[in-house]
Design a protein around this ligand. Structure first.
Ligand code: NAD
Length: 356
């Protein structure tokens, strides 16, 4: 297969981690007989320096014309003084909106070799952590009306939380289809005992479930879900939830697995094209020092192969290479344990590439 990938290297450690991810993609392409064509799309602080804006039209066009987008990270102290409308992160928001990416998919997986970095009790961690949070990304309270008014001599603030059936239905389909490729279990998280949006959420998700008889559906209140994530995360396969609950639960989910440098994410719309990135930022404190852990970005590239290009074997090969590299004891600084071999960003990429 031949695929065009828009590459946003971004700022800080972005260029270093993306370079290693592209190296791993090239190794997978060589092994499985594919061609990946990379198209540079400057975005973030580097684009402000070069073009005056965080997302130039030419970069947006490159992304929209590609089969998928791989992103490092954007932002850094150099651009903190930019006006809000011209900050590096604005480029990312504009890109997500232009690509109509309504679903965020974030795996939470604990590598057994890094179990000691898991903040949960050892007997809980021993059961393993391997689930995916599917979050609605462009609806709910974040996109409702926000207002503050003076009422009876004091300020009163209001945020509107709204969901339409079609917004729920499309993300529910993503969750069930994701579960079909995994352990076939969806947990839908809501607050249906209190919120009308949640009652509609539950009704629509239940309707969609009828189209996927091979997938088990459970409903869970969000307060219980927050608790179950630390009590027994092994019970989850795919969690699907609305924007606000997903924002909070996906951060909790990342935290229980260990290092921030290890976790990928994808944002998807109606088609197969997605935006793939690690969950961390541009880490300006370690930029340019060959200290960044590239694994989150490498696993984001594997997600791209699995979800956008339907290349499951190729994605498996990358994930297995990461596992084997960790088993062989190689560690970047953020995940270094006693007895591990400290390597830099470049060397970690090389070790993973060798094992494809
Ligand atoms: P950060 O995630 O960049 O860094 C937090 C801490 O984690 C730092 O100590 C950093 O060194 C470490 N870290 C992060 N990624 C690492 C990796 N791959 N390997 C090793 N260590 C790693 O968060 P921050 O410091 O709050 O933000 C820095 C900049 O990134 C800000 O400008 C912020 O706006 C931006 N940001 C961008 C994105 C994005 O592009 N999607 C996301 C979050 C933050």
């Amino acid at each position: 297969m031949k695929k065009a990938i828009a590459v946003i290297r971004g700022d800080g450690i972005g260029p270093e981690i993306v370079r290693e991810a592209l190296g791993v993609l090239d190794a997978a392409a060589a092994k499985f007989g594919h061609t990946f064509i990379y198209k540079e799309a400057p975005m973030g602080g580097c684009a402000i320096d070069e073009f005056g804006v965080p997302l130039p039209d030419s970069s947006l066009e490159t992304c929209l014309a590609s089969d998928s987008v791989l992103l490092g990270a954007v932002g850094g102290p150099k651009w903190d003084a930019q006006p809000p409308a011209n900050r590096p992160e604005r480029g990312l928001l504009k890109l997500r909106a232009a690509m109509e990416l309504y679903t965020n998919i974030r795996p939470a997986r604990m590598f057994q070799e890094l179990a000691s970095a898991c903040p949960l009790r050892a007997d809980i961690a021993a059961n393993g952590i391997d689930f995916i949070v599917v979050r609605e990304l462009i609806g709910g309270v974040y996109f409702g009306e926000h207002s503050t008014a003076e009422v009876d001599g004091e300020k009163k603030a209001t945020d509107i939380m709204a969901y339409s059936e079609h917004e729920i239905r499309r993300v529910a389909h993503v969750a069930f289809q994701t579960a079909q490729k995994r352990r076939k279990r969806v947990t839908s998280v809501d607050k249906a005992n209190v919120l009308d949006t949640s009652r509609l959420w539950r009704k629509v998700v239940t309707e969609v479930a009828a189209e996927y008889p091979d997938v088990e559906l459970l409903h869970m209140y969000v307060d219980n879900a927050a608790m179950q994530l630390v009590r027994d995360p092994s019970q989850f396969d795919v969690i699907v939830t609305e924007n606000l609950f997903g924002d909070i639960l996906s951060d909790e989910a990342s935290q229980i697995t260990g290092s921030i440098g290890m976790i990928p994410s994808s944002s998807m719309g109606a088609g197969t094209r997605g935006l793939y990135e690690p969950i961390h930022g541009s880490a300006p404190d370690i930029a340019g020092q060959n200290k960044a852990n590239p694994i989150g970005t490498i696993l984001a590239a594997a997600m791209m192969l699995r979800f956008s290009f339907d290349m499951a074997q190729e994605a498996d090969a990358i994930e297995r290479a990461v596992d084997e590299t960790l088993k062989a004891g190689f560690r970047c600084g953020d995940i270094l344990q006693t007895g591990g071999t400290l390597v830099g960003c470049r060397e970690m990429g090389t070790e993973i590439r060798k094992r494809i």
